[in-house]
Design a protein around this ligand. Structure first.
Ligand code: NVA
Length: 366
């Protein structure tokens, strides 16, 4: 019997992974969920359509290089099958003028044990993105009799799923931070909505960021779906655009997490880590002052690294401060150039999704 799918965390030895693809990527048109997430001063506001070919080619080359590097380190790599993202989509509840991309896979696929679940994203343009992974899911399903191939309840994403005019005025950074602190986000609670990249897996415990892409109803849904796991809602008040946990709170090995110093985990939520002798250290400063052009994410993609095992980590090759910190923390660093792929949805952790890591469901916080 072949076991293809198994992963309980982000640091046990990685043996099999999915690396995203940039081909046919589109900057999606504004919609109720996305317009709230494009920074007000971003050159991308109001812009949509296929991404410039030259940028797609550069990103594809860096993604291929990441895949090759992983293979050289003994990790099996699979790639999704992109769709023609530049086409309109429609459901009984909404119509959108285009899709987006199959980058990054981390937003869409959540691997917990022998199950890979496609998420319940709040962006309409991402509604059919899971289809790019379905050929791989079928393959794992055929090869691994224990593999659980799952789709979370599909949100309807009607107008009721969003608070309208939430950010229509040019609101200040302070106001954004206040809303984060008050856990006041653009989605409503009419249905569970979540991105897989908001879920930090640590064996028996799931730490899930409540923010612009994951709502409270999703937390409740997780609790009921995984009764044997403990679900903790976490939030990071310093983040004006709380989207995905993996440029904020990144575990390197059992007992050690790096935390974005601008988005510190509140005291109350740190207790569970401190009580179990986990160390939370401030991540190093990013090497860049700005993200690359046409990028939705912040410079903190610097800490969005991919851990291969308890002693080895892939970092972006220009992130000299982050690499130096990894070295000091006892990690061997494999540098991989990846900034050309950032605009397509993130860095090295984002661009991948776990299929197999060694190890089981540990209880790190008994
Ligand atoms: N939204 C995060 C990126 C998450 C990978 C940021 O921009 O820092």
């Amino acid at each position: 019997m072949t076991k293809i799918v198994n992963s309980w965390n982000d640091f046990d030895p990685l043996k099999h992974v999915i690396v995203g693809r940039a081909e046919h990527s589109v900057i999606p048109p504004e919609e109720p969920a996305t317009s709230e997430k494009v920074p007000i001063d971003s050159e991308m506001r109001g812009m949509w359509g296929p991404r410039p070919l030259e940028t797609v080619e550069k990103a594809a080359a860096q993604l291929d290089f990441l895949a090759k590097t992983l293979e050289e380190h003994g990790v099996k790599v699979d790639r999704p099958t992109p769709l023609q993202w530049n086409q309109h989509i429609q459901t009984p509840d909404f119509r959108n003028d285009s899709m987006m991309t199959c980058m990054p896979p981390r937003d869409i696929l959540l691997t917990i044990g022998n199950e890979i679940m496609a998420s319940a994203n709040s962006f309409r343009c991402r509604y059919f993105e899971y289809l790019a992974y379905w050929p791989l899911m079928k393959q794992y399903f055929d090869e691994d009799p224990e593999f659980k191939w799952t789709q979370a309840p599909r949100p309807r994403l009607t107008d009721k799923s969003y608070k309208h005019n939430y950010y229509d005025e040019q609101i200040s950074l302070e106001e954004r931070l206040e809303r984060t602190a008050n856990k006041d986000f653009v989605t409503t609670e009419v249905e569970p909505m979540w991105d897989a990249a908001d879920v930090l897996r640590l064996g028996k415990d799931l730490f899930i960021q409540h923010g612009l892409t994951t709502n409270r109803t999703a937390m409740e849904w997780f609790k009921r779906y995984y009764p044997d796991l403990r679900v903790h809602a976490v939030n990071f008040p310093g983040d004006p655009y709380p989207i995905h946990i993996d440029a904020t709170f990144v575990p390197l090995r059992p007992g050690l997490i790096i935390n974005n110093p601008q988005r510190r985990l509140p005291e109350e939520q740190r207790k569970i880590f401190e009580a179990n002798d986990w160390q939370i250290v401030d991540a190093a400063q990013p090497a860049h002052d700005t993200p690359p052009p046409l990028c939705y994410s912040s410079v903190w993609l610097s800490m969005n690294c991919l851990v291969l095992d308890h002693k080895t980590v892939i970092c972006e090759a220009s992130e000299v401060h982050q690499m130096e910190q990894m070295d000091k923390l006892g990690m061997n660093v494999i540098p991989v150039p990846f900034r050309d792929a950032y605009p397509f949805g993130g860095a090295l952790h984002c661009a991948t999704a776990d299929v197999y890591r060694e190890g089981g469901c540990e209880d790190y916080f008994p």
